[in-house]
Design a protein. Sequence first.
Length: 367
Amino acid sequence: MGNFNNTLKYLRTCKKMSQADLADKLGVSTSTVGMYELGKREPNFKTLGTIADLFNVDANFLLGKLGENFSCKDEEALHIGETNLIDKKSENFINKENLPDWNYKNVFARNLKYFMAQKRISQMDLANALQLSQSAVSDWCTGKKMPRIDKINTMCILFNCSRSDLMDHHPQNNYISKYRKEVPSMPLPEQHTYTSEDYWNLPDGQRAELIDGQLYNMAPPSRMHQEILSALHWKIRSYIAEHGGSCKVYPAPFAVNLDADDKDWVEPDISVICDHNKLTDRGCTGAPDWIVEIVSPSSRRMDYSIKNTIYSGAGVREYWIVDPAKQRTTVYHYEEDAAPMIYLFDQPVSAGIYTDLMICIADLLNN
């Protein structure tokens, strides 16, 4: 983060604040401020924005624009307590009167959308390049959230720009920093159409799904996700065994080639397959009869929208979306062409392909 630790210490000293005083204003511990000033810890962007407002400077100043000859008396470099936000010597001088909607999230959102338009990159393109969900990028573009510092650094490489270009307010929308380094842009993965060969040759430990020629990376599951997965797999498998059923149930990771055309490969959390002819050494070739997806923060749009569409079109008979955050299960019976049914976790749900199999998620988790 450049000279952030030194800059923060200078600003605090200029304000004649102790580390405890600053910690109290930021809502963190004194030891956390100490770690900031030692360079052993970095604040998130919400805290960074609070620090910028507190000392009346902009984020770029905090992130390393402090000159070697800076002193608390340098009125040209710092105007603590006045309306000016930063360094009159730089081109980034801002007056709050000229920017009534000033907010570091909105500023970042405006700059991000500019560079995305310049590079002709969609939200999905950027999400896949950063190995994130599209909803995360959407939150950045609407000013709801800020990305982590490492993601901003990666975007600087993708857009061939500086952090100042992305983080500072620029009066002109077409602002390009004169300090930008001339380095080649990083190619975006989305500009390449992937095949099943790419899917099957992913590095060890990396999981992804191949849909419409694009690879969608899968984040590691949470403990709750795995608890629900284990409980559901056990419940369904036990039912099949007790009733002498022939269907097979597989938990993730388990590869499914939905249309048996070697193009789309997905890894549902649970797949129930009744046609043994679809089973191969690689997984399942063709649509499973019943699929269960357990929603994670990074998979929400994928599970509710994209997979709902492709599962329905591929011939899946039944699709459950188990959502721990909302404590509910959404059930689609595609063969009935009916509206989905929504059940709370404490309500029993009847399986479509096994009408006498009742599953209550809350009961499973309490056992």
